[in-house]
Design a protein around this ligand. Sequence first.
Ligand code: HEM
Length: 219
Amino acid sequence: MRTAISTTLLLLLILCTLPFAFHASQLGIRGLGSGADTSRIFTPNAPLTNFSIFSHMLVGAAITVLAPLQLSLWLRTKNPKTHRAIGRILVFLAIPTALGGFGYILLRGTIGGPAMDAAFALYGVFLLTAAFQTIRFASARNFTRHNRWAVRFFFLIIGSWIYRVHYGLWFAIIGQTGHTSTFDGSFDLLQNWAFFIPYLLILELVFIRRDGPFWARNA
Ligand code: HEM
């Protein structure tokens, strides 16, 4: 029964994240292609900026699709080789995802200006840190710490999707209040952080409850 519920939830998560991953990959392919992309992200006569941001979308789409698979109990217990292979791919692809985002922040800057630049840069730093810690503790066979970092890594990967979900819900329920076309409205400023910080804090509370406070943990 537990397996059936977790499999259903997993399938639901995959179905929910797929449209965003598809959108990101399409935008990435268009941007990397002829340069005929019309989105506001495209910068004319700036091949490096465009390569940074559009390749980050393409690899970001791949990790968004792959990350939920790592939650599968079946994969972890019955097919650990595949779990490990996907884990390595995720860590490997998280690097260009974050580097592409950093590149765009440095070369052009986000639409929301310094506040959004800072938040997205921190998001990238957290993603990279979680990726390295996840593989580091798996290699050290410290599975308690590996598990904690892997869950953080997962939430950071799907953070980009969560960002769009927050906007979708806000627009559907409240409307455009707090949002501006330059992403400096009150809701935009909150959103800069709200797609990853609260989730990481909630995870810490869960870990404290499960494993005790971090300063008193053995593993
Ligand atoms: C985890 C998977 C990720 C996916 C699938 C993804 C996807 C996307 C997409 C589709 C856009 C275009 C937004 C639009 O439609 O207007 C975008 C923008 C952007 N992303 Fe990511 N992203 C990911 C992770 C990251 C990370 C880790 C960083 C930080 C280093 C980052 C930094 C940026 C920046 C700076 C922009 C431009 C913001 C703007 O000015 O509008 N992304 N991303």
